[in-house]
Design a protein around this ligand. Structure first.
Ligand SMILES: [Zn+2]
Length: 292
């Protein structure tokens, strides 16, 4: 699986990640279009984690330049009223983008993005609301493949063909799911089980120290602390880690050293790559890991 991930993610200012091969965008902070230029036309589906302005202000320009009938499809947490206001405004302000589709999503949904790929929203506690209210989400991209059930493994191609004619293919095949990539959105560190067995995890790590700052916690929303993220990652089966959403109070050197130290402390041997404050990274996975 070769993925080209381009992104920007600095706490308070802007966050977006574009996965080129899948035509999907996680969050839509400003700078998205001016960085991606023509490539932004490849964005078919947008998955927004929450309504903080630094995650959505690129939407107007994305729509303005790229809207075509039925696309892009903008998915947002279902109880976030900001998106209904933004949809209304966008359609009034730029009538030609009225074909953009705005879709509320919630935990339990499965959104197909290709024949064998779907996206599942995953609730998090960034916005403190009651459990049944959905205002902040992460997302998991899952590959679904049909595989022969083991009890049919001995049948020949011809026998399977006949069986398929008689009973349909579903009678001897089963679905196998693989978690290819997960995006945490803005979130405190929570039960790591929801990210376990994922090939690539993109997680936020706003703070280096423990609960040290209130300023970035706009409206009391909750964020992750780097050490808690690394401790969680050390217990998970994942293949690659991308860390972003660092606060701009930290220098690139401070962040890099802190990540390297924690990789040692928690014996993390998978590649760890960073999006540092203020930088737009093209082809994140092509970048050298900081820890290997
Ligand atoms: Zn944020």
């Amino acid at each position: 699986m070769q993925l080209t991930i381009t992104g920007y993610s600095t706490a308070l200012f802007s966050t977006w990640y574009f996965i080129e091969e899948w035509g999907i965008l996680f969050d839509a902070g400003e700078g998205l279009i001016s960085s991606l230029l023509q490539k932004s036309r490849k964005i078919d589906q947008v998955f927004i984690s929450h309504a903080d302005r630094d995650h959505i202000t690129g939407l107007l320009q994305l729509n303005q330049l790229n809207a075509r009938p039925g696309f892009p499809v903008i998915h947002y947490p279902k109880d976030s009223d900001s998106f209904r206001a933004l949809e209304k405004f966008s359609k009034l302000f730029d009538p030609h983008v009225s074909r953009t589709v705005w879709t509320p999503v919630t935990e339990g949904d499965e959104i197909p993005i290709a024949k064998d790929l779907l996206v599942k929203p995953i609730r998090n506690s960034h916005v403190p609301v009651e459990q049944h209210i959905i205002k902040s989400l992460g997302y998991q991209v899952i590959q679904t493949r049909k595989k022969l059930r083991p009890e049919y493994a001995s049948l020949s191609g011809e026998e399977l063909r006949q069986l398929a004619e008689r009973q349909g293919r579903d009678s001897f095949s089963m679905e196998v799911r693989t978690n290819l990539l997960a995006y945490s959105g803005d979130t405190p560190v929570e039960d790591g089980a929801k990210w376990d067995n994922t090939k690539i995890l993109i997680h936020e790590a706003t703070f280096l120290g423990n609960g040290e700052d209130i300023k970035v916690r706009t409206f009391g929303n909750k964020h992750s602390n780097l050490e808690e993220v690394m401790e969680m990652v050390s217990t998970l089966h994942i293949e690659q880690l991308i860390l972003g959403h660092f606060s701009s109070r930290y220098s690139p050197e401070e962040i890099t050293i802190a990540v390297k130290d924690l990789c040692e402390k928690y014996a993390i041997n998978i590649p760890v790559r960073l999006i540092l404050p203020g930088e737009t990274v093209h082809d994140l996975l092509g970048r050298n890991p900081v820890n290997l």
